[in-house]
Design a protein. Structure first.
Length: 556
């Protein structure tokens, strides 16, 4: 809560201050008298007078204002001060004073991105956290923990960089330079077609290599056979392995490596795990240690894709069922929490992604899908008929059509390998910051157009509660993520204030544009009506965003 409060104060306070500072600075530049500089609206909490300007902090923090002499058409201006009134300035000066606020937010975003690129933000690197068995990536020769260095001679530093280099190469053969265990390999691979989300969170088909991911599996295990050595030693489904003897375990691959390195028939091992009260619990659980004695050399028939851990009866948790939805096809068909999905049809199941793919493929077909499970060491076959279901995408809030059987996996993921990309050359630093600001601005404009035509749901809009939540989470993540979020919202404010709505800067700029065309100012009556309409629109927008904020809290 404290982080959220601090984040909101710094975020909104900083953005409002720079916005109003833009108006203030250009007004002073043109010698227009600034009567009040306020952070916030409504009743003044405290204020002080410095020179001819009163500086104050007001009770309602979602905004601010600069009160210029002569900006109120209902108040006259003393003849002696006429040359310093806003209303008496030439049109281009009034235009620049009003435009200075949004422009200040845009300039602030560029400066903030310069900080981000100077210090560097951790981003997923090109190390493969996971490679799906029998996938195109696996068949090409890629393996977990490989690091892709180049694509056809072009360096790839981050995962987004790698994706961008493959995106337009569908059907083409590329050569990957891969770093593996201190050596470099050149691996040719044909770029296939993948479903992905574009920058507007829409599902699209792009070039990519299916089966590779930067996100590795955490060492959460499943034990489905009570006769196995793992079960008899006390290990259970949902345990998160943290150590094998004194060797730390962070990834599921570490678990297999530690077992393979220490495997000597008859050798005693201490396996330390973190056990939750239940697999679904958010409690981190308590640490427990279990002793087991390694059997003879692992039987090759029992060592498959899952590694030597399989010989002990240990499997990765994401092929186990975490929970079954009541009244679903899975529930009615007899699926239970703790079951291990072994095969769907004749295809072995090695991860949850394979389950999803098979269900989507076989769902439209007439016969039910044959699930082969292991439960308490026994093989069980269930026939489950996937149900065509319309769902709301949690990111885009658009309706999507999927085939579901109604269960969730016990997937546990680890943080991907991160790299920090820093730019220290001044010219390149400015270019990167400007390009990032332009890219995000363009993306927001396109998103707004998609919102207007209904391709993006209005449920994506957020208000003060969402801003507070995002501010708190980004500050928890570190100073650089917070600065990046501040830059993003500063661009939002730049665009929002350019909307041609009379109560916003964009409304005033619209009036000035009309004045330039007509040769005379817009009438006071027209401005009154426009302001009333604009205020209604703003109140409706605030109401909608607050409703969305409350809905997110209630639903999630």
């Amino acid at each position: 809560m404290l982080t959220t409060i601090v984040g909101v104060v710094v975020l909104l306070g900083g953005l409002i201050f720079f916005h109003e500072l833009g108006h203030y600075t250009v007004a002073k530049l043109f010698r227009v008298k600034v009567e009040v500089f306020s952070l916030g609206f409504g009743k003044k909490l405290f204020s002080w007078k410095l020179g001819e300007t009163e500086y104050c902090l007001s009770i309602f923090p979602l905004g601010g204002y600069v009160k210029l002499m002569g900006d109120d058409p209902y108040k006259g201006v003393a003849p002696a001060d006429a040359d310093r009134a806003f209303s008496t300035q030439k049109l281009h000066k009034r235009f620049l004073i009003v435009a200075a606020g949004p422009v200040a937010n845009l300039a602030l975003a560029i400066v903030l991105f310069m900080f981000v690129f100077w210090f560097g933000q951790p981003t997923p690197g090109t190390r493969l956290g996971n490679v799906t068995y029998a996938s195109p990536a696996w068949q090409a020769g890629l393996r977990a923990q490989d690091r892709i260095v180049e694509v056809d001679g072009a360096k790839a530093v981050s995962w987004s960089d790698l994706e961008e280099k493959l995106r337009a190469r569908e059907g083409q053969r590329v050569e990957l330079l891969v770093a593996r265990s201190g050596a470099e390999l050149r691996i040719p691979v044909v770029v296939g077609k993948m479903r992905a989300r574009n920058e507007y969170l829409e599902d699209v088909e792009v070039g990519g290599i299916k089966g590779m991911s930067p996100v590795p599996l955490a060492p959460m295990i499943g034990v489905s056979d009570p006769r196995s050595l793992a079960f008899q030693s006390g290990l259970r489904t949902g345990d998160l392995v943290t150590k094998i003897d004194s060797r730390s375990v962070a990834l599921y691959d570490d678990l297999n490596e530690a077992l393979a390195a220490d495997w000597k028939p008859g050798k005693p091992l201490v396996v330390t795990v973190r056990r939750k009260p239940s697999p679904e619990s958010k409690d981190e659980g308590v640490e427990k240690s279990f002793n087991l004695t390694l059997p003879g050399t692992p039987d090759p028939a029992k060592v498959g894709y899952f590694g030597v851990a399989e010989a002990l009866g240990i499997f990765p948790s994401d092929v186990f069922v975490l929970k079954v939805n009541p009244e679903s096809a899975a529930d009615k068909g007899g699926l239970k929490a703790g079951d291990r999905v072994v095969r769907i049809g004749d295809e072995p199941i090695l991860n949850f992604e394979t389950i999803v793919d098979r269900v989507q493929e076989q769902g439209p077909l007439e016969p039910p899908v044959r699930f082969v499970l292991e439960r308490d060491g026994q093989a069980i076959t269930l026939l489950l008929k996937p149900v065509p279901t319309e769902q709301e995408d949690p990111l885009t809030h658009q309706k999507v059509f999927r085939y579901l059987v109604g269960f969730a996996p016990m997937t546990a993921l680890h943080e991907p390998d991160l790299v920090k990309i820093q730019v220290r050359q001044p010219i390149e630093l400015v270019q990167r910051a400007v390009n990032e600001t332009w890219s995000l601005t363009r993306r927001m404009v396109v998103s707004l157009s998609k919102l207007v035509v209904g391709r993006i749901s209005v449920k994506n809009l957020g208000g003060p509660v969402l801003i507070a939540s995002v501010a708190g989470r980004s500050l928890d993540a570190g100073v650089i993520p917070f600065i990046q979020m501040m830059a993003l919202i500063s661009i939002n404010l730049f665009l929002l204030n350019l909307f041609p709505i009379p109560v916003l800067d964009g409304g005033h700029l619209l009036f000035f544009a009309i004045e330039a065309v007509k040769g005379r100012p817009v009438s006071i009556r027209t401005m009154e009506i426009a302001h009333q309409v604009g205020m209604v629109f703003i109140l409706m927008l605030v109401g909608l965003t607050l409703f969305n904020d409350i809905s997110r809290i209630v639903l999630h």
